[in-house]
Design a protein around this ligand. Structure first.
Ligand code: PMP
Length: 447
């Protein structure tokens, strides 16, 4: 009803804020006091009232090369004029092949095929369907069970929320996929609070997998899906030896291991992918976000040769995998992906996090001892600060910190009582100092 400016700074009125039903947002609250971004360059956003906001989260963990990259913009513009769209089924165009061939060079030997999607959620669905179909095509169709993990986030589609472990994301949506089981997450503050990098304790959480496998019979299990570092539920870094154990158990029973690297891919941990950082090679790697620097939607699912070849060994002239999207390998996204890789390579960004990791960890862990800080976690250029919950008021402190940070010119992300940080990989040491000085100020004054 009201038509006066809800945000005088942007010129948007309450009326024209209404139509957009915003995702994962408290719409009613937001529309009272909207936070709008109108520009971005390098490490900074510009807010509607003209303030510079230091991007402490690379957008949503995706703008790894920083904002406003001309090389990507030029590639997109040129592609739109040259070939804007090509049918994705039974037709091709060169850039999707070029991008796939370039992407697989980042993977360990043996992972050498890519299926394109448009988002992390679609990469998850694609990976899960591939795993199920792979066993079937191989003649092992009794493997229909999928195993995820508590506190896992695998996007918002039905497969993803079924294997995911965030209760709020699951509970309103019916029965979900059947044949899904979950193992415990690895967060163990009693033994591991304030660990730097990988926690020492907890490899034995992987034994949960043996238990679930025994419960159901190994010959019924198709795949296990985990985020190597659980991002969205607050940066849960795997204990030393944990991923190795999962890999060994999957190998023992012919189960596929899927890494959801939607966040950890493309340099976030200081190595190109978590597979490099942890030295554990899964069978399927799911990515999105950083593949195009977040500029246009795209996801990429990497698979082992053996999986691809199993499908290809079916009858000739038959479609091997009944799955795909109108925009799989879209020319514009492919051009953006190629330009993004140019930047990552020219600027050494996929390993830059390793150079900054110690500086980052020192700055982050210097917040230990501030009021309400009960845990700090880090890995590469990712960090989390966990705050003591307030009884009866979930999420209040961290969200207050988020609001104050925005006013003070810093973008952070919160999930429950946890503040998560994942800046663009171009961040300087000076900007790291600025980020943590601002956070320190805020944490010192939080009720
Ligand atoms: N998997 C993981 C690990 C993620 O972090 C995300 C998004 N944060 C997704 C899947 C879903 O990606 P999207 O929002 O692009 O669908």
């Amino acid at each position: 009803m009201a038509s006066e400016a809800a945000d005088a700074r942007s010129g948007l009125t309450t009326n024209n804020l209404e139509a957009f039903w915003m995702p994962f947002t408290a719409n009613r609250q937001f529309k009272q006091t909207p936070r709008l971004l109108v520009g971005a360059e390098g490490m900074y956003y510009r807010s509607a009232d003209g303030r510079e906001i230091l991007d402490g989260t690379a957008g949503l963990w995706c703008v790894n090369a920083g904002h406003g990259r001309k090389h990507i913009a030029d590639a997109i513009a040129a592609q739109v004029m040259e070939l804007d769209y090509a049918p994705a089924f039974q037709m091709g165009h060169p850039k999707a092949f070029e991008l796939a061939a370039r992407l697989v060079t980042y993977m360990p030997a043996g992972i050498d095929h890519v299926f394109f999607t448009n988002s992390g959620s679609e990469s998850v669905e694609t990976g899960l369907k591939m795993a199920l179909a792979y066993h079937k095509v191989k003649g092992d169709g009794g493997r229909f069970r999928l195993i995820g993990r508590e506190r896992g986030y695998h996007g918002v589609n039905f497969g993803g929320i079924s294997v995911g472990g965030i209760v709020t994301n699951r509970k309103h949506f019916g029965t979900l996929l059947t044949g899904v089981d979950h193992i415990r997450h690895t967060h163990d503050p009693a033994r591991n609070a304030f660990s730097r990098g990988q926690p020492e304790h907890g490899a034995e959480f992987a034994d949960d997998l043996d238990k679930v496998i025994t419960l159901h019979d190994p010959s019924t299990i198709a795949a296990v899906i985990v985020e190597p570092v659980a991002g969205s539920t607050g940066v849960l870094v795997p204990p030393k030896g944990y991923l190795e154990k999962l890999r060994a158990t999957c190998d023992k029973h012919g189960i596929l291991l899927i890494f959801d690297e939607v966040i950890t891919g493309f340099g976030r941990l200081g190595a190109p992918f978590a597979v490099d950082y942890f030295g554990v090679t899964p069978d399927i790697v799911l990515t999105a976000k950083g593949v195009t620097n977040g500029v246009v939607p795209m996801g990429a699912v990497f698979v082992k040769k053996e999986i691809y070849e199993t499908f290809m060994n079916g009858p000739e002239h038959m479609i091997e995998f009944f799955h795909g999207y109108t925009y799989s390998g879209n020319p514009v996204s492919s051009a953006a992906g190629l330009a993004t890789l140019d930047i990552y390579e020219e600027e050494g960004l996929l390993n830059r996090g390793a150079e900054l990791a110690d500086y980052w960890a020192d700055a982050l862990h210097s917040l230990k001892g501030l009021p309400h800080v009960i845990d700090i976690r880090n890995c590469g250029l990712v960090g989390a600060i966990e705050l003591e919950p307030i009884a009866g008021q979930p999420t209040k402190r961290a969200f207050t910190a988020f609001l104050q940070a925005f006013e003070k010119g810093l973008l952070i992300r919160t999930t429950g009582d946890i503040i998560a940080l994942s800046p663009p990989l171009i961040i300087t040491k000076g900007q790291i100092d600025k980020l943590f000085d601002t956070l320190k100020d805020i944490l010192q004054s939080l009720d």
